[in-house]
Ligand binder design. Structure first.
Ligand code: PAF
Length: 287
């Protein structure tokens, strides 16, 4: 498996695969791969009936446009040779790992892509400009790779909904598949940022998922008032950790609209800061 750093070379490589009638499958990542990323390649391999029709392209690019000035762009973990080994074992065919200069030769992009409404609130509130950075880089990557199918993780739920909306609104001919969140044995959602946690913070972190599960169970038992669910989750996180809650919200699972009564499928989403590490997680509850 090769690592390609240039856009032209990647296009040439993908053209060869297309000439062999391969389906181009794309998994965009920021690297420091964990099982959450690798599961998407494994899922694609399983969905590829012939085991050779899919050509799996994974990008590894820490995109400066989606980080705020006081965020962790500089310290975001990077280890390309480790990532390459893991990706190869998971069945990735080619890694695209461009430099910032290759993606933004002028230092930034004067053209941006932004999606309204679904990016408002939740992570959009605490990270101004973040989703515009994501949709801009993903549009560029889609134009470079021109995939048939692209995978995004459910852990970044608002991102996945935003990308789906962008693909629909801008007519990208790409099927978006949202892959389930992969969790550690104690329930903590896998994330490259988990590596920032101190041992004590790591011990506390599973309360996020426990509280989401409690919220989901209450809805399943018939609770329809979002504020009651929210309060239970907030209380549990406060009682069982030192985490600072950024948000706990219950939104429509399809379009992220706010809801005053739970009468259709919802997502319970939260962001909590443990020390200096910001963790997000969510659970979808079918009603
Ligand atoms: O989810 C991520 O890792 C990033 O937001 C993405 C989609 C690779 C864009 O930089």
């Amino acid at each position: 498996m090769n690592i390609i750093k240039q856009i032209d070379a990647l296009r040439e490589n993908i053209n060869q695969a297309k000439k062999q009638n391969k389906t181009i499958v794309f998994i965009p990542t920021m690297g420091f791969l964990h099982q959450g990323h690798l599961s998407m390649a494994e899922l694609a391999r399983r969905q590829d009936e012939t085991r050779s029709k899919f050509y799996i392209v994974m990008s590894i690019f820490v995109n400066p446009l989606q980080f705020g000035p006081n965020e962790d762009y500089d310290k975001y973990p990077r280890d390309l040779s480790r990532d390459a080994e893991l990706a190869q074992r998971a069945g990735v065919d080619i890694i695209f790992a461009p430099t910032v200069h290759e993606m933004y030769p002028e230092g930034t992009s004067l053209t941006t892509v932004s999606v309204a409404e679904v990016t408002e609130g939740l992570c959009g509130a605490g990270r101004p400009g973040h989703f515009q950075g994501v949709t801009t880089v993903v549009s560029k990557l889609f134009n470079i790779v021109q995939p048939d199918i692209a995978y995004f993780g459910q852990k970044d739920y608002q991102q996945a909904i935003t990308i789906k909306k962008m693909v629909q609104d801008l007519n990208f001919p790409i099927e978006i598949i949202v892959a389930p969140t992969v969790r550690e044995q104690d329930g903590l959602a896998m994330s490259s940022r988990n590596s920032y946690l101190s041992p004590e913070e790591r011990r506390q972190a599973p309360v996020l998922y426990r509280s989401l599960q409690e919220g989901a169970a209450l809805i399943k038992q018939g609770e329809t008032r979002p504020e009651i669910i929210r309060e239970k989750i907030v209380q549990r996180i406060r009682n069982e950790s030192t985490g600072q809650i950024e948000y706990v919200e219950i939104r429509n699972a399809d379009n992220l609209a706010t809801t005053s009564i739970i009468d259709s499928n919802v997502v319970i989403a939260l962001a909590v800061r443990l020390g200096s590490t910001r963790l997000i997680d969510n659970i979808v509850v079918e009603v």
